[in-house]
Design a protein around this ligand. Structure first.
Ligand code: 5GP
Length: 113
């Protein structure tokens, strides 16, 4: 059997982590090592290793992740002040978990990139 990603282990309850949001296709948790006051991960239940692996039929899933990011930003009242949605891909971007996820980062002034 293929090794489960850390996020699949969180979803199945093998690793304890509060689930902040969940629907049929995605779930969201707080990042264990936040880089800003608000740092949430929006994760598809379907394991896709990197953005390089998405297919045309994943389009709805990817846009759904962005919409959930927008919804959580509003819920956390950072929609007006501002936030970032980031997907790191492979080593130069610092991807460390090979199960795609969208970082929602905000709650304070972020450094320019
Ligand atoms: P990446 O570097 O792949 O873009 O992002 C992976 C993120 O997952 C990192 O920001 C890291 O802090 C977070 N992370 C890794 N392991 C865990 C965990 O067990 N629980 C939570 N909540 N976040 C994790």
């Amino acid at each position: 059997m293929l090794k489960k990603s850390i996020f699949e282990q969180i979803l199945s309850g093998e690793i304890d982590s509060e689930i902040l949001y969940e629907d049929e296709d995605v779930f969201a948790i707080k990042d264990i090592n936040p880089v800003a006051k608000i740092h949430i991960l929006i994760i598809p239940k379907k394991k896709i290793k990197t953005l390089n692996d998405i297919k045309l039929n994943d389009s709805k899933l990817i846009s759904h992740m962005v919409l959930v990011g927008k919804k959580l930003a509003k819920k956390l009242k950072i929609d007006k002040s501002g936030y970032r949605l980031i997907i790191n891909t492979n080593s130069d971007a610092g991807q460390s978990v090979f199960h795609i996820h969208l970082h929602l980062i905000g709650g304070e002034k972020l450094k320019n990139i």
